[in-house]
Design a protein around this ligand. Structure first.
Ligand SMILES: NC(=O)c1ccc[n+]([C@@H]2O[C@H](COP(=O)([O-])OP(=O)(O)OC[C@H]3O[C@@H](n4cnc5c(N)ncnc54)[C@H](OP(=O)(O)O)[C@@H]3O)[C@@H](O)[C@H]2O)c1
Length: 276
């Protein structure tokens, strides 16, 4: 895709990979609008890049998505790129639910933070609440925003939808089962969408990051004592820009490039290695 001359809407663009993409599009001479839930993060991003337009929006909320769409096409009639980037990642241990059924009075061991984490995921209602939020933000939002924006995008001379999935779409990390499932589903949706829109000017591109050092669930990474935080955002963005500019349908980098191209046998081996 041409990286210049676009008007780009990036969900979750105030931090991490979204902000890296925003900066890259700005550098290439595109207009960029970013949205997110935390206004102070949007303002911080705008302080770094004053050309950014910012909009508070919770893409997990259906009414917010409709309001975002109506505002964006009214304010930016030439909007031609939608980047579905906003995402959250949570650990959910379904086996803990089985243990709780066997020992209903069991108290979580450890400090207050462990107790909060256990309450969030070890009770069926808490596990479902966490899972449902992940599904709404990571999967329902990109599908709904795609449906809302297609009639507008299809009228533009050149347009694109970029869906940010993950290397974990191909081989899941079992401690975050719903996150990985939403990314696998978004990968599948992206394949079908690309096929359905193949005769239009709307390109459908999948962006596939490996582990990148961002805010994404760093709390859980810290709790399990993980010292490796992933590659820097800038390295990831520099790694995918050539593929984006060439018009590749899938742009991945590092371990995600390997994950994307593995055979089934290699995926099974990777699953064993990653999940112990
Ligand atoms: N970092 C990695 O290792 C990695 C690897 C593979 C894929 N990814 C994917 O890359 C994408 C970006 O994540 P990141 O790593 O850059 O993490 P990040 O820094 O936490 O960025 C996620 C952004 O999404 C926004 N967001 C979350 N929920 C939202 C909602 N309901 N409505 C609107 N915005 C929302 C957050 O802002 P607010 O909280 O203010 O809303 C935040 O700015 C995600 O889809 C993630 O799954 C990341």
């Amino acid at each position: 895709m041409n990286l210049s001359g676009n008007t780009v809407l990036i969900t979750g663009g105030a931090t991490g990979i979204g902000l890296g993409l925003a900066a890259a599009f700005l550098r290439h001479g595109s207009k960029v609008i970013i949205c997110g839930r935390r206004e102070h993060k949007l303002r911080e991003a705008q302080a770094k890049h004053p050309e950014l337009t910012i909009r508070v929006c919770d893409v997990g909320n259906e009414r917010d998505r409709v309001a975002l769409y109506e505002w964006a096409v009214a304010q930016f009639p030439d909007l031609n790129v939608l980047v579905n980037n906003a995402g959250i990642q949570r650990e959910i241990d379904f086996s803990a639910l089985a243990e709780e059924a066997a020992e209903p009075d069991a108290e979580p061991m450890g400090g207050a933070q462990d107790a909060v984490q256990a309450a969030a995921t070890a009770r069926p209602a808490g596990a479902w609440q966490t899972a449902e939020q992940e599904i709404r933000i990571n999967l329902e939002a990109p599908i709904h925003l795609t449906a809302l924006f297609i009639p507008h995008l299809i009228r533009q001379p050149q347009a694109a939808i970029l869906n940010v999935t993950s290397g974990l779409a191909f081989t899941p990390m079992a401690r975050m089962p719903v996150y990985c499932a939403t990314k696998a589903a978004l990968h599948s949706f992206t394949l079908s969408l690309r096929h359905q829109l193949r005769h239009t000017a709307v390109k459908v591109i999948e962006v596939i990051p490996p582990m990148v050092d961002t805010e994404l669930d760093q709390g859980a990474r810290a709790r399990r004592g993980q010292t490796y935080r992933g590659i820097p955002v800038d390295e990831f963005i520099q790694g995918i820009l050539p593929g984006l500019a060439q018009g590749l349908p899938e742009v991945a980098y590092g371990t995600a490039e390997r994950a994307r191209t593995m055979s089934r046998a290699e995926m099974d081996e990777a699953f064993r290695r990653m999940n112990g």
